[in-house]
Structures are given as C-alpha cells and as structure tokens.
Design a protein. Structure first.
Length: 479
C-alpha cells in the first residue's frame, strides 16, 4: 500500500481494524510519516458492533486510537455506537486529534434528520453519515444535508453503485472530504471509486456548485464508457462540467428525475432499460423521438427536461460510409429502444427494412409502426439481406461469447451495436465469413458526439472521445 501513496494523494484513511494486529498499524503510521510528511492520516479502528473488524472493548479501541495519534494520525474515527457507550471518548481523543464521529448503515438509507441529531449530541469535529443507497433519491437526501446556511462539518456518503453521485459531488456541496478506494485494491466500503478515477476522471476536488452536471442513467451503470468519453471531452474543451453514472432501476425513473431537478442536471444519456419508458415522463419530446417511441438523450431547455434521439445519427452515419441506404434490404435484429431508432431511421432513408426479434409480437408492432416488415426468428433461414444490424445486448461484456447468429450470417454487411468488446463474437464470425463489418464503437461515438454538441453548443472532440473509450476498453486507467 505504501508504494501507492506518492501519486498525489494527501489524505489517507488507515483501517487499523482490518489488520491482524491493529497495534501494528502504529508502526505503519510511523513509516507513512517518514515517507509522506504532508500526508493527513485518519485512523479508524471500527468495532464489530458497527460492522468493523475489531472485536475488542471500547477501552482497547481507545488505547489503539491514542497510540495512532501519538504516531502521527491527525484525525481519528469514532463510531456513534462507541460514543454512546462512552461519551467521554470524543473529548478525550479530541485533545490530540480531530475526531470524526461516524454513523454507518450497510443495509438502507433511514430518515437522516434523526441520525444527524443523534450525532450532534457529541462534540465532534466532523460528522460522517454513510448509508446504503437503493434508489436515486437516497443521494438527494444526503446532499440536502449540505445546506450552505448550516456550517455543521459533514461527510455524507451513499454506499453502493447507486451512491456514486454523493461520493463525487459531496465536496462541491460543502462536505469536508469524501472517500475513494486505493488504486491497488477494492476499497473499504461498497461503491468506492478508485482515487485515480475520482481525481482524474471526475476531478471531484475541482467541482463546485457552479459545475454543470450531466450523466447517464442505466441499470447496471458501472460498466458504462460514457463518463470516460464525456468527462475527457469537457476537459478538452475546458468546460466546468462533470458527467456522472446514475444507477436507475426499472421503476425508479420518476425518482431519478427528482434528483435531476435538485441537481439542475443539464442533460443525460438514456440507455438500457429506460429508452422507451422515459418518453412519457419528460416535459417535452421532439417529433423524431415521439415517432420512434424511444429517447436516448435528455437536455434542459427553459427549465424543462426535453427528450430526443441521437441513436438515429449513430446508425445512419456509419452505414452511409459503406452502402447506398436507399433501396437496400436491411435486417434489424431486436425490438428495443436502439432497434426502434435504427428501423425508423432506415425507413426514412428509403431502405427496405425487416425486423426480427425473439419477442415476435414486439417485432411485429415495431414493423407496423415504422412501415417495415417483420419476420419470425425461425424463418430467417434462406433469407438474404444487404446489411444486418444487431441491436440487442447479446454479446456484450461479460457475455462476450454469445451471438444471435453463431453460424451462417444472412447479410453481406454486419453492424453490431455492442461496443464492449470492440470485436464481438458476431463480428468475428462475420469477418471469418469475408463480410464487411461495422463495430458498435462507431455508433457509440456518433451518437455521443451529437449529444455533446446538443448539450454544450461546442464541436465534439472526436479523437479525444475515441481515445478515452479505447483506453478503458484496453484496460488503461482514464486520465
């Protein structure tokens, strides 16, 4: 761990309770002080009663924390359960260091007013509230605690994938600090982003209340490449903006829109499984998105949340470089939001479009709405098309080996919308059969460029976007 402390990080939490011998952490503190004299260390020895690893008594815990202070710790964490058992521990430890009084709930997000009131009964220097987020509004409740008119020193955090927003934005709203995982390990709580991603990708230390907020809503969302792409683009264009990943479950769209309005979110990308269901919840939707019945891009205009669909651009531009769309016979596999954009766009361009999906009823409904044809999946054998557009998640990481067409592919050009991995099993099979291929990365970039330009009015930096995505896909930490 010590070898990772020279990468610009100046604040470290040392979890003494996670060591086989917590007392040995005192030696570690000495070494940190010698090699990193500017490092601020928060010493924590969390007891099992508060979901920690230390099984000793309150008195033993206090002795360990006192030794940590003696060895150079500038802050110590005391959980509320310990403070309530021995109220004097806060003032006693406070004689040598700043005391962070903490509350943790690893199951839920309870009403936070009573929690803060419970903490304030003890004269600590900082109050930390870490709860588990299960829905977007859990972030809202935590961020609301950071009232500019209230000078209470707080660290509110939502644990879990649904809590990314508080970890990134809390400092910009007045939180004393936030937590991140070491680059070399998984962290000490669910949902901790790596220190490098917090600093370099999200630049949490540079955010303020004037930062414009954008994001992506999805379930799951941790795998999304959009934060890397858009945040790098904002930096390239020197914009004070941040693009966040928001985990939004099937029935949580309205809940998220409440958070979006609270944060004054300027725009967000919409992906699986929300492209169709979000249409009826927006203030306005343009005619194209209404016809398609799916939205992949939301932007703010005159205080309203408005929807459009840039997947259309993402489909058409790569195809126009390879074929004459008008008059071409195109098979679209899928009937979800991305497939709907492809079908309507191609029909508008004069293509002869056929829709096939595992759900035959959805395929027929889409074909009827767009003026296309539908074919049952088991009747594709013997059919030939100029192009195939694969518009389902099949073959997406982590299920790279899956393919809707594992054998003969009924088209001369194969366009797979999946962009992670870059070469899917379908594209590999198509290449081996001598067919022309289009990677999903092309569509991803085209639709993202259209989003960026709609949101910002600035020209999208295509090379920057492509480099950002490729770095993530190739396992290189995003700068």
């Amino acid at each position: 761990m010590l070898t990772t402390l020279d990468r610009g990080h100046r604040f470290l939490e040392l979890r003494l309770d996670m060591l086989d011998d917590p007392s040995a952490g005192v030696i570690l503190l000495d070494r940190i002080g010698e090699s990193n004299p500017q490092m601020m260390v928060l010493a924590t020895c969390r007891r099992t009663e508060a979901q920690g690893e230390f099984a000793g008594t309150v008195e033993e815990q206090q002795r360990i924390l006192e030794a940590a202070i003696e060895a150079g710790a500038k802050l110590v964490d005391v959980e509320i359960e310990t403070a309530e058992q021995k109220p004097s521990i806060v003032t006693e430890l406070g004689e040598g260091a700043r005391v962070v009084l903490s509350y943790h709930d690893f199951q839920s997000c309870p009403p936070l007013g009573p929690v803060l009131e419970r903490l304030r009964r003890h004269p600590a220097d900082v109050y930390k509230i870490a709860v588990t987020a299960h829905k977007p509004s859990d972030n809202l409740e935590l961020l609301r605690l950071l009232d500019p008119q209230d000078e209470t020193p707080l660290v509110p955090l939502a644990m879990g994938e649904a809590g990314y927003a508080t970890r990134i934005l809390a400092p910009s709203r007045g939180a004393v600090f936030t937590f991140a995982a070491p680059d070399s390990g998984p962290g000490t709580a669910p949902g901790q982003l790596s220190a490098t991603r917090m600093r370099d990708l999200y630049q949490a230390h540079k955010r303020s209340r004037s930062t414009k907020i954008y994001g992506v809503i999805a379930s799951p969302v941790a795998h999304s490449l959009s934060p890397a792409l858009h945040n790098r683009s904002f930096r390239r264009r020197r914009m004070n903006a941040c693009y966040l990943p928001f985990l939004v479950g099937d029935k949580q769209l309205a809940d998220f829109l409440g958070l979006a309005k609270f944060l004054d979110v300027e725009g967000f990308s919409v992906t699986i499984p929300h492209k169709e269901t979000i249409v009826k919840l927006l203030d306005e939707t343009d005619e194209l998105a209404k016809r398609i019945g799916a939205v992949n891009t939301v932007y703010r205009k005159d205080g309203k949340l408005c929807g459009t669909n840039t997947d259309v651009v993402g489909v058409i531009k790569p195809l126009e470089k390879r074929i004459q769309i008008e008059g071409s016979r195109v098979l679209v596999a899928g009937a979800g939001g991305a497939a709907r954009a492809a079908v309507f766009a191609l029909v508008d361009k004069g293509a002869e479009v056929t829709v096939a999906a595992r759900n035959a009823a959805k395929a027929k409904a889409l074909a009827k709405a767009a003026g296309a044809k539908a074919v049952e999946w088991d009747k594709l054998a013997g059919q030939r098309y100029d192009a195939l557009i694969q518009a389902t998640p099949v073959g997406m990481h982590p299920n790279e080996g899956e393919s809707l067409f594992p054998e003969e592919i009924p088209a001369e050009l194969v366009f797979d919308m999946v962009y992670n991995p870059l070469e899917t099993a379908l594209l590999r099979n198509a290449r081996q059969q001598g067919k022309q291929t289009i990677q999903g990365l092309e569509m991803f970039l085209e639709q993202a460029m259209a989003q960026f330009e709609l949101w910002t009015g600035a020209k999208a930096p295509r090379t920057t976007m492509r480099d950002a995505v490729l770095e993530v896909l190739q396992g290189v930490e995003t700068r």
